[in-house]
Design a protein. Structure first.
Length: 329
């Protein structure tokens, strides 16, 4: 199983599944941060965008993710102030240049959390009272633990996410490999990177080993990016979090530390995260668990397409359904 949305897209883009023998199958897992964001949090972001005097800053992938009744894109068309940004620091600059409140929708794994933490630190340094954060960050290791602890799908090896691994380090996966006796390979995104990762897993299975193979040493250190970790935990702390398809995972997310609590956008506007309503035809949750391939969904490519997505797996640039539609047809 590859637990990185970029891996899923590159596997499909280069036709790697078709190159491998029949005995070896690659499954897509919960590696898309937009996809694992539950509908209730999307609804909360939409309600936040509807507040008078609030401008929501978000990464582009979140714009078209369906909530229970709307999307951020539809809300912007109706007059809400929603701006697509490429870096969290842009939200700080927006707040500095305007008197309106700027709420940063913070979505992502450990890859993006340090950048958001830097934005929070900068906003505090400037004393910006009109800056806030809707934190929807997720932590990868608790989710992998929850995934492997289930009996629903048998995973013989994990291709670890390259981007996340640059932050948390290759050694972070060692307890997981030992606990579940499941080989792990940390790998990059070029076709030869991915195939080297697959080879490392197969060799371990052949030899009866369950270790962490780092075949992405040019970017991933054993200890990861310590400075980024320190910055992330200066602002955030682990917290229980709901993942689409996996439910509430203990310590599976991040929240603002108490000293930054006044920057929590939902609390500032008394908005509660409620249970969202997904389209009953959408089976994104099963795709994220690896129990269903995108093409096995009856809505795939018919009523669910990138132009008219039923769920986030068909929206995000890291979604498994979007990858299968674009490259496999």
């Amino acid at each position: 199983m590859e637990v990185c949305g970029t891996h899923s897209h590159e596997v499909a883009r280069y036709g790697l599944r078709q190159l491998l023998p029949e005995e070896l199958a690659l499954l897509s897992g919960p590696g898309c941060p937009v996809c694992v964001t539950p509908t209730g949090q999307v609804d909360a972001a939409i309600e936040l965008a509807r507040q008078p005097g609030v401008r929501v800053a978000t990464f582009g992938d979140m714009m078209r993710v369906p909530g229970s009744e709307s999307t951020l894109e539809k809300e912007r068309a109706r007059g809400a102030k929603v701006k697509v940004i490429f870096s969290p620091i842009e939200a700080v600059e927006m707040a500095a240049d305007d008197t309106a409140e700027v709420a940063l929708l913070a979505v992502g794994f450990e890859t993006t959390a340090p950048g958001v933490a830097c934005a929070v630190i900068e906003a505090r340094r400037r004393g910006l009272g009109n800056f806030s954060v809707l934190c929807a960050h997720k932590r990868m290791m608790p989710a992998l633990d929850a995934l492997l602890d289930e009996d629903e799908v048998e995973v013989d090896g994990l291709l670890a996410p390259g981007h996340v691994s640059t932050i948390i380090g290759a050694d972070a996966y060692a307890p997981l490999a030992e606990k579940y006796q499941t080989p792990v390979a940390v790998t990059g995104f070029e076709p030869d990177d991915i195939l080297r990762g697959v080879l490392a897993l197969v060799e371990q299975l052949r030899d009866g080993r369950a270790e962490v193979a780092n075949v992405y040493e040019r970017s991933v250190a054993p200890e990861g990016n310590v400075r980024a970790q320190e910055t992330m935990f200066e602002v955030f702390e682990p917290a229980d979090a709901e993942w689409r398809g996996l439910g509430v995972i203990p310590q599976g997310g991040l929240r603002l530390r108490d000293e930054c609590g006044h920057l929590e956008a939902l609390a500032r506007h008394n908005i509660q995260v409620k249970q969202g309503r997904d389209d009953p035809r959408c089976r994104c949750a099963e795709v994220l668990r690896g129990t269903l391939r995108p093409a096995e969904c009856g809505a795939f490519g018919r009523v669910c397409t990138p132009a008219h997505p039923l769920g986030p797996c068909m929206v995000s640039s890291e979604g498994a359904c979007a990858a299968a539609f674009k490259y496999d047809g």
